[in-house]
Design a protein around this ligand. Structure first.
Ligand code: ZN
Length: 252
């Protein structure tokens, strides 16, 4: 079943544990206009919200990947309520996982890629408290959040250039400023040069705050820029933002 491309379409899934029907926004077309990328790689696109890929079921309290949940169908904005689909209309929305919930979900990460996705998502939720520009203070960190950051540093040690940018940011948030420059030696593609030079500057100033990295204007979005988001399997960090200012894409 291919997802519809209508804005406002909803996906109906069943919780794999208790089979409760649940609804969430269907991945669809959107515009990247107005997007902002933060220094932790998180991209906020007001006209293209990224649906959750993992959720808490309000029926049984369990956590499940959207991709591991059977698809029941789609509700379009103009779908009419009938006797057959009444249960769908009554379905509750999936529960959104917070910082702690995403760490709780680690038991569902079979592969290192899925573990990294959940750990980065949890880090983003803790950073959400400080998404202001210019920055005021560094995001507060619990012991669990610090351990999460250290694990992100370990998991990205041998990663590609995008992962090394995540690693440099995590090191900076941990106050390990000397290691930021060391890690960024592995980033040489000119596309990443603006992100790299900003990271080096903040690290040299021993600044561990979250910054707005790129805004829509710097990204050079065309008025009609559009992209399709699919629901990729766990471990694919689509929607993870990008450190590449030219062709901001959800593919990483
Ligand atoms: Zn359930």
């Amino acid at each position: 079943m291919n997802p519809p491309q209508n804005p406002g379409a909803e996906l109906l899934i069943a919780c794999p544990s208790c089979h409760t029907p649940l609804r969430l926004a269907a991945p669809g077309m959107g515009s990247l206009e107005g997007s902002v990328v933060w220094s932790d790689g998180y991209r906020f696109s007001p006209l293209m919200p990224v649906p959750p890929r993992i959720y808490r079921c309000p029926g049984c309290g369990g956590i499940a990947w959207v991709n591991s949940s059977p698809t029941l169908g789609y509700l379009l904005p103009d779908t009419e309520r009938t006797e057959e689909n009444a249960e769908w209309f009554a379905a509750p929305p999936v529960g959104i996982l917070d910082e702690a919930g995403l760490l709780e979900a680690l038991s569902l990460a079979q592969e290192p890629e899925a573990e990294l996705e959940l750990r980065v998502a949890s880090w983003w939720r803790s950073n959400d408290l400080c998404r202001v520009s210019p920055p005021v203070t560094a995001p507060p960190r619990s012991d669990a959040a610090l351990e999460n950051l250290r694990r992100i540093v370990d998991l990205t040690a041998d990663g590609d250039e995008t992962l090394l940018l995540f690693r440099a940011e995590a090191l900076r948030h941990l106050g390990r400023f000397d290691e930021v420059a060391e890690t960024l030696q592995g980033v040489y593609c000119s596309d990443f040069a603006p992100a790299k030079s900003k990271q080096l500057e903040w690290a040299s100033q021993k600044d561990n705050r979250l910054y707005k990295l790129f805004e829509a204007l710097e990204l050079g979005f065309a008025e009609d820029s559009e992209e399709t988001t699919e629901n990729p399997p766990p471990g694919d960090s689509s929607g993870a933002g990008s450190f590449f200012p030219g062709t901001l894409s959800s593919e990483t």
